[in-house]
Ligand binder design. Sequence first.
Ligand code: RIB
Ligand code: CA
Length: 311
Amino acid sequence: MARKIIIDTDPGQDDAVAILLALASPELEVLGITCVAGNVPLPLTTKNARMVCELAQRPDIKVFAGCDKPLARALVTAEHVHGKTGLDGITLPDPEMPLQDAHAVDFLIDTLRREAAGTVTLCPIGPLTNIATAMQRAPDIIGRIQEIVLMGGAYFEVGNITPAAEFNIYVDPEAAKIVFGAGAPLTVMPLDVTHKALTNRARVDAFRAMPGRVGPAVASWTDFFERYDKEKYGSEGAPLHDPCTIAYLLCPELFSGREINVEIETGSELTLGMTVADWWRVTGRSANARFMGDVDAEGFFALLLERIARL
Ligand code: RIB
Ligand code: CA
């Protein structure tokens, strides 16, 4: 029986690779893709999500538009990283598949109420606005979530959008506070992990050499996406942040981490959106997250290459 998942996303080149990895993996059943404003505004994230589904020849996938701005703040976007379209690096045809009529938050609530309790995993890979809104509107769904496996936050790596905060959490810290405090089983893929999931020339060349359109598209996206991190960190390649969530569902043994307490800073402008991860367990606060700290990068890319080649 395939594991049922909903991907909540703000595509973004790395989001696109995460979606492709999920669609290439028969172990997973993608019940729907819910889009949120983040890397780029909502009209672009909904367009990009559908273009990625069509690239994977999966126009059957249900794509929903969600929240177009954070719960309590103005939207901060990341065109400086992802380009003005959010999927710069290759030009894909405009999507023909329709956007679903229902709002993403209603889809999240209705699906979690309809499916058997404990059988649906949420994979948020953008700001947590949709997830938090669903929890606020329908608290009964929290106990029905099998697991939340999200990309966000940082501890040893500290921030990527400010010195203290990672982008997904920073954009909507109030939403993150709700999700991290909800009590649903939570697995976190922070920058501490995703900055170790770096592309390099050999890995990108392997994508580019794949037959068909998908591998070369991934190579073009990472060629574009890597320049920001190379310039800022001097890193070898692009960190494939979001695919780490899907890879965890497929091969959890590739990752290691700890059950710890993680709180979200929402009061200080200086450290807004910081994930205060009690990695050394000094606070006595109860654990609310499995916070990942390491990844077998070779194994991660072996999985990713093998699966993307199937599309
Ligand atoms: O900080 C990395 C995260 O922000 C990733 O999800 C990337 O897509 C951007 O949304
Ligand atoms: Ca993302």
